[in-house]
Design a protein around this ligand. Structure first.
Ligand code: NAP
Length: 200
């Protein structure tokens, strides 16, 4: 495989901002496949506040169903312990052996990359597509990551995604407040949230 992208996130819930970011990256970097990898236990988070991974996985599957380039991977769900990106990248490389590998995630997550496990090995192994929302100050990202050697810094690609005005946090708040979430995420995901009474 020439070019492959990992779409890493908590996806609680997945929404159109994520799907647009993945599709834009797929097109820009000519990826043959985008692997959506829901994080089982994000290393930096209070996991008791995140929805059970079975729900997040089911919603991710429903969301990617209509794009033949998108696939869901349960790599992080099957792996015991915290979901470190380096372990996922190594496993994906072993399975697909792509010439170029991209890891797409939110710019705020990438901002913390210095504290991630084996950061230098990670940035040698793949490019990071740091997806930003409208109003996001990209200079913030460059400034904070300036401590990284230039060869690693150039592996981080900030990407502006207007559709990321949608956020999982806002969707959860809307559900709790009884507001509409229609048109923010695919209808099957909206139905799943209602049927399973998530975020109430
Ligand atoms: P997060 O803190 O929940 O998200 C940070 C920001 O990025 C939020 O605004 C979020 O918006 C957005 N975002 C998250 N995933 C995105 C995606 N795929 N595309 C576009 N925007 C996205 O971050 P997280 O979901 O927990 O972590 C993101 C990824 O980084 C995961 O794969 C996680 O495993 C990895 N990570 C690895 C390490 C490590 O290896 N040590 C440490 C931290 C994170 P929404 O809330 O709307 O999604």
């Amino acid at each position: 495989m020439r070019s492959l992208a990992i779409m890493g996130g908590t996806f609680d819930p997945i929404h159109y901002g994520h799907l647009v970011a993945a599709e834009q990256a797929r097109h820009s970097f000519q990826c043959e496949k985008v692997l959506f990898v829901p994080a089982k236990s994000p290393p930096h988070k209070d996991n008791s506040r995140i929805s059970p991974v079975e729900h997040r996985l089911a919603m991710t599957r429903l969301a990617v169903d209509t794009n033949r380039y998108f696939e869901v991977s349960t790599l992080e769900i099957e792996r015991p312990g915290p979901s470190y990106a380096i372990d996922t990248v190594k496993e994906v490389k072993k399975i697909y052996n792509p010439e170029k590998l991209y890891f797409i995630t939110g710019a705020d997550a990438v901002l913390e990359i210095i504290s991630w496990k084996n950061v230098e090995e990670l940035l040698s192994a793949c490019y990071f597509v740091a997806a930003t929302r409208p109003g996001y100050d990209i200079s913030n990202l460059r400034q904070k990551l300036n401590v990284l050697p230039a060869e690693y810094l150039k592996k981080i690609i900030p990407t502006y995604i207007p559709a990321l005005a949608i956020s999982s946090t806002d969707i959860r708040k809307r559900v709790r407040a009884g507001e509409s979430i229609k048109y923010l995420l695919p209808e099957p995901v909206e139905r799943y949230i209602k049927n399973h009474r998530l975020y109430l």
